[in-house]
Design a protein around this ligand. Structure first.
Ligand code: GLP
Length: 257
């Protein structure tokens, strides 16, 4: 795991955006894995800026999103499809036909999940997966105790997650769907590179468990300790519980990556 501790979310997001842009420059038809939530917004803003000002070209890029609420139509203001269109896809030159997000209204959710996995495989697998982290250590919607080898499937949201995500549903946690479709932990681990972002004190316990804790399905993100190319970009607040902060900074400053 490579840890980058930054003064704020903006500087962390700029570094993460650089990794994404480097990949697209080297491989114009790269397959991105994308995340929703408040955390990746500055990363998307920077990529939009790079598209507008530096000509970063998304025309051949393909993308797969991590998850979608079950039961929400794409047109719902809280759907992840809407989120991605409004915050990213509508602002760059990606071909929408190449942007894949699980269908929250899939009639046969199980078959749909198997097809999603198959599509990822058929496109050559995910080159770079962007991740946030839940306050309970989840990635995608893989909540505590999710199997480390799980594939895309239906997930039950944890009570903390319902509370955390109520802000996207007018503050009412009763309006947050109880179920979602999510890439599995195994699906995420198959990505060639992982870029995880986490900001703020509310994420500090999950970040501590992910980086310094034992690998345990109790903090699902801790499995990233086994990934050969996992890059973690956090701010000082998210890092404040880490015991070996100075060491992580030392390694980053050695500049060998
Ligand atoms: C959501 C999403 C995750 C996201 C996480 C953190 O429930 N399923 O993919 O990383 O929670 O969200 P936020 O970035 O808004 O804190």
């Amino acid at each position: 795991m490579e840890i980058s501790i930054n003064k704020d979310s903006k500087s962390a997001s700029l570094k993460a955006a650089k990794l994404v842009a480097e990949l697209i420059s080297k491989k114009p038809d790269a397959v991105l894995g994308l995340a929703t939530g408040g955390t990746p917004l500055e990363l998307y803003d920077e990529l939009v800026r790079m598209h507008k000002n530096d000509g970063l070209d998304f025309s051949k890029v393909k993308s797969f999103n991590l998850d979608e609420y079950l039961g929400l139509p794409a047109s719902d203001p809280a759907s992840y499809r809407r989120f991605m269109d409004e915050n990213f896809f509508d602002k760059i030159n990606i071909d929408k036909a190449n942007t894949f997000i699980p269908d929250g209204l899939a009639k046969d959710a199980r078959a749909h999940c198997a097809e999603y996995e198959e599509k990822i495989r058929a496109m050559g697998g995910i080159d770079l997966q962007v991740l946030g982290i839940g306050a309970d250590g989840h990635i995608g919607f893989n909540e505590p105790l999710s199997s480390f080898s799980s594939r895309t499937g239906v997930r039950v949201l944890a009570p903390e997650t319902l509370k955390d995500n109520a802000r996207f549903f007018g503050g009412d946690e009763n309006k947050v769907p109880r179920l979602a479709i999510s890439m599995g932990v195994g699906t995420i681990m198959d990505a060639r590179k992982i870029v995880l972002l986490a900001f703020g004190k509310s994420k500090s316990e999950a970040v501590e468990g992910m980086i310094e804790g034992p690998v345990s399905a109790f903090i699902v993100a801790s499995i990233l300790q086994f990934h050969e190319s996992a890059h973690v970009f956090i701010d000082e607040d998210a890092a404040y519980r880490l015991t070996r902060k100075d060491y992580y900074k030392w390694v980053e400053n050695a500049n060998v990556f």
